[in-house]
Design a protein around this ligand. Structure first.
Ligand code: FES
Length: 81
C-alpha cells in the first residue's frame, strides 16, 4: 500500500511545529521498514490554522501534531492497519 503524508507548510503550522515534525517524520521513515512507498508533500495553508500544526496521513487530517505525539500517530496510521 502506498501511503501519503502531507505536512502543512503554511506559516502558522510551520512555526508552531511542522518544521520539527517534518524532520521527525523523515527520521521515523528512514529508521523503519514499513514496506510501502511514502510520499512526503509540503502543502500550503489548509485553512485549519487554529487546529495546527496539521499533518494529513492517507487523507485523514490530524491537528495539534507535536514532537510528543508524532511517533505514536505514525505507528497508528502506518503500522497498525
Ligand atoms: S498554516 Fe497550516 S492550516 Fe494554516
Amino acid at each position: 500500500m502506498e501511503h501519503c503524508i502531507k505536512i502543512c507548510m503554511g506559516s502558522s503550522c510551520y512555526s508552531r511545529g511542522n518544521q520539527e515534525n517534518l524532520e521527525r517524520i523523515e527520521r521515523y521513515l528512514s529508521k523503519r521498514k514499513i514496506g510501502c512507498v511514502i510520499d512526503l508533500r509540503g502543502s500550503r495553508c489548509e485553512g485549519l490554522c487554529s487546529d495546527g500544526p496539521i499533518v494529513e496521513i492517507d487523507g485523514r487530517i490530524h491537528g495539534g501534531v507535536n514532537a510528543d505525539s508524532i511517533e505514536q500517530l505514525l505507528d497508528q496510521q502506518l503500522l497498525l492497519q
